[in-house]
Write a protein that binds this ligand. Sequence first.
Ligand SMILES: Nc1ncnc2c1ncn2[C@@H]1O[C@H](COP(=O)(O)OP(=O)(O)OP(=O)(O)O)[C@@H](O)[C@H]1O
Ligand SMILES: [Mg+2]
Length: 218
Amino acid sequence: MALIELQEINKTFGTKDKKVNVLENLNFHVEEGEMVAITGKSGAGKTTLLNIIAAIDYPDSGKYLFDGEEVVIKNTAQGIKFRKDRIGLIVQHFALINDFKVYDNVELGLWETDIKGAKRKERVMEVLESLGIAELKDKYPNVLSGGEKQRVAIGRAIVNNHRLLLADEPTGSLDSDTEKGILEILKDLNRKGMTIVMVTHDADVANTCDRNVVLDKH
Ligand SMILES: Nc1ncnc2c1ncn2[C@@H]1O[C@H](COP(=O)(O)OP(=O)(O)OP(=O)(O)O)[C@@H](O)[C@H]1O
Ligand SMILES: [Mg+2]
C-alpha cells in the first residue's frame, strides 16, 4: 500500500477574477521506503505539493490518503496534530531560529511530543552526533556555514524519527562537496527506512533517487 496517495488534486491561488491553477488533477503516490525527487521549474507548484502532503495547505479538491487513511484537515491545529508524529519537514531556505542555539533549533522538532527530560536530551545529542554537528550545539545559526545550517535543519526534521521526510531543496545553494555530504545523510536515513520526498532543481541529485516526478504544467 502506498504511504502517500494523492488523487486528482487541484489547487488554485488568487481571487475569483484572477486565479492561478497551480496543481491540476494531480495524481501522485509514494511507496513506503521510497526516495522520490520532485523537479520542475520555479513556480511549478513543488512547494505547494509538499505543503499539501504536510497538511500545511489544503487542496481545493481531490483526495489525500496517508497510509491508506483519508486525510481531512480543517484547521491549523489539526494540521499540526497530523504532522507531529508522521512527517518531518525541511523547508526551503532552512528557516532556523536565529535567537536559538543549534541544540535548541533541533530540539524544536520535539515540540509537543512525549519525548521529555533526559530522553529528550539524549535524542537531540544523538541526532547532532549523527550529523557531525555535536560540537556546534551551543552556537547560533548566524555563525554557521550554509552546509552546517542545512544539517541543523535536517536535525530538526528527523529528531522525532518520523516515517516520512519532506525536503524542499535540501541541497540548494551548497557547493558540490557539501551537497554530496547532505545527500549522503538523506540516503542513509532512507536506507534505515525513512521515506523521503525531496524537491530539487538539480538533475544529478534527482537521478540518485528511486524516482523523479516532474511538475511541468507551466
Ligand atoms: N500562498 C500563496 N498565495 C498566492 N499564490 C501562491 C501562494 N503560494 C504559492 N503561490 C503561487 O503558486 C505558484 C507555485 O508556487 P510554489 O511555491 O509551489 O512553486 P515552486 O515550484 O516551489 O517554485 P520554486 O522552485 O521557485 O520554489 C507560484 O506562482 C506562486 O506564486
Ligand atoms: Mg519552492
